[in-house]
Design a protein around this ligand. Structure first.
Ligand code: G1P
Length: 291
């Protein structure tokens, strides 16, 4: 069986929910404290055993490349000043992990973005991580949980979470084949952003996938779907005629970085988890209580 060693991270969108910031800086560079959100996503991939990462960018987002690239002048400057701790902050990507980039020339939707990775992937299975969904995995990183499920089934796995009725129309929704409540279930359908009344369940795709390369066959001929976009979900639905597709209820806490609430929550939670910031964060929060 093929091992999952490649991952794709789409980062080509306009980031309209974070305007005006995103007029000049990609939303993936918005920091949670001192680390751009995309680094947390890259870290999850690496901690899940991924060695080869493709980031899909668009024009104007070159600073993502700069961020993960080497800055020799800065490194030399810090080294000469004896700032070894700061030097180590520049080298957080292990040397056996490769990060490469490809441009998505038109923003035609997630399915179209993933299709840009066709040559990079070849005929291997791969992980797909969406940057708006940030996870703190329980015991294992969420992508690793999906890879383990792939190793059991040798099939496409969609990471899912249960969502409230009013949120169903924001997600790709899964239709389980049987109404069992196992974490790993076979699907007989997926639908992108259905109305709550028409949805087959409340199991939403949560921005993490392990896909077989067969998906490209369907993406190549995918017509526009919900919102006028080329939807990955629609191609996954078509893939089901020839391969099994499963959903895995992921174990972990998810932050929706596409929303200001999720972003703030992640900032506070991550600060509370850091030894150097916990006391001051608690202090700030306690002093706000009376407001
Ligand atoms: C995308 C996918 C959707 C998935 C969601 C998770 O939608 O198309 O199936 O449920 O990510 O965050 P988007 O949020 O980009 O509209």
């Amino acid at each position: 069986m093929n091992k999952v060693t490649k991952a794709v991270i789409p980062a080509a969108g306009f980031g309209t929910r974070f305007l005006p910031f995103t007029k000049a800086v990609p939303k993936e560079m918005l920091p949670i404290i001192d680390t751009p959100t995309i680094e947390y996503i890259v870290k999850e991939a690496i901690e899940s055993g991924i060695k080869d990462i493709l980031i899909i960018i668009s024009e104007g987002k070159e600073c993502i490349k700069t961020y993960f690239g080497k800055n020799g002048d800065l490194e030399q400057f810090l080294t000469e000043k004896g700032k070894t701790q700061e030097v180590s902050l520049l080298k957080r990507i292990p040397s056996d992990v490769r990060i490469s980039y490809i441009y998505q020339k038109e923003q035609l939707g997630l399915g179209h973005a993933v299709l840009c990775a066709k040559e990079f992937i070849g005929n291997e299975p791969f992980a797909l991580l969406l940057g708006d969904d940030l996870y703190v995995g329980e015991e294992e990183p969420v992508t690793k949980q999906l890879i383990q499920a792939f190793e059991k089934t040798n099939s496409t796995i969609l990471g899912t979470l249960e969502v409230a009725k009013e949120d169903i129309s924001k997600y790709g929704i899964c239709s389980p084949k049987e109404k069992k409540m196992d974490r790993l279930v076979e699907l007989n359908g997926v639908i992108e952003k259905p109305k709550a009344e028409e949805a087959p369940s409340n199991l939403a795709i949560g921005g993490r996938y392990v896909l077989t390369s067969t998906i490209f066959k369907y993406l190549q001929s995918q017509q526009r779907g919900a919102g006028g976009e080329i939807q990955l979900t629609d191609s996954i639905m078509r893939l089901m005629v020839e391969e099994k597709v499963y959903s895995l209820a992921v174990a972990g806490k998810r932050y929706d970085l596409g929303s200001k609430k999720g972003f703030l929550e992640a900032t506070v939670d991550f600060a509370l988890k850091r030894e150097d910031l916990k006391p001051i964060t608690e202090d700030i929060l306690n002093n706000k209580k009376g407001l």
